[in-house]
Design a protein around this ligand. Structure first.
Ligand code: MD6
Ligand code: FE
Length: 215
């Protein structure tokens, strides 16, 4: 009966970070090949680039977007825009596999009826990091965010409503999904510098997909 010992550790496995924030371990694993194929299509139309922060720094993370709205940063600030500033054309559409995964993951976490209109894609190479921030450029904080980790593992820093709140370290690996909303929607979070490594599917990089309702 050894199976029973591990009954509650089979994937997918849910871990609550706090009310409103949930890690769905391995949730995206069955779809990783389809997600990566769709990612290639998006990145071919809207290439990854290192956005400039309002403070004038280039982000170590490279970004692109898909959907009706893309996330943009420049010297004037952060915003969502219907056009990709690199091409002057609309962002490529959200691939159906992205929409389905985002809806299903949100529903599993208790957020029924989530329909993303923005997919922000972050690419990390070893050393790249994301400093502590809130996601507050979206119009409707009632909608959750669904975040999918692919490739190299990373340590997600998860804090509270104030920048100075204590943070916990959450290791995220290929296939993990974080759903984030309700009372945690505006909590500070970030990603520690990515460690060296080589992932069998993605090589020396981590990809994070975040699905939002921006408009
Ligand atoms: C990342 N994620 O994991 C960065 N934001 O690469 C985020 O900044 C994030 O994972 C809001 C909700 C979930 C997230
Ligand atoms: Fe964020």
């Amino acid at each position: 009966m050894t199976e029973d010992l591990f009954e509650d550790q089979r994937l997918p496995w849910q871990e609550a970070l706090c009310p409103g924030a949930l890690v769905l371990r391995g949730y995206a694993l069955p779809h990783d090949a389809a997600l990566l194929a769709a990612l290639d299509t998006v990145a071919a139309a809207a290439p990854f680039r290192h956005m400039v922060t309002p403070g004038g720094y280039h982000m170590s993370v490279a970004t692109t977007s898909c959907g009706s709205y893309g996330w943009v940063s420049d010297h004037t600030g952060y915003r969502y825009d219907r056009l990709d500033p690199a091409t002057g054309t609309p962002w490529p559409p959200l691939p159906p596999v992205f929409i389905q995964l985002a809806q299903d993951a949100a529903a599993s976490a208790g957020f029924e009826g989530f329909v993303p209109d923005a997919g922000l894609i972050n690419r990390y190479v070893p050393g790249a990091r994301l400093s502590l921030h809130q996601d507050r450029d979206e119009h409707d904080f009632g909608a959750p965010i669904v975040s999918v980790s692919l490739g190299l593992p990373a340590v997600f820093l998860f804090g509270g409503p104030r920048r100075t709140d204590k943070t916990v370290r959450v290791p995220l690996v290929h296939g993990d999904v974080v759903v984030w909303g309700g009372p945690a929607r505006l909590y500070y979070h970030g990603v520690l510098p990515l460690k060296d490594g080589c992932h069998p599917l993605l090589g020396e990089q981590r990809i994070n997909l975040t699905f939002r309702k921006a408009g």
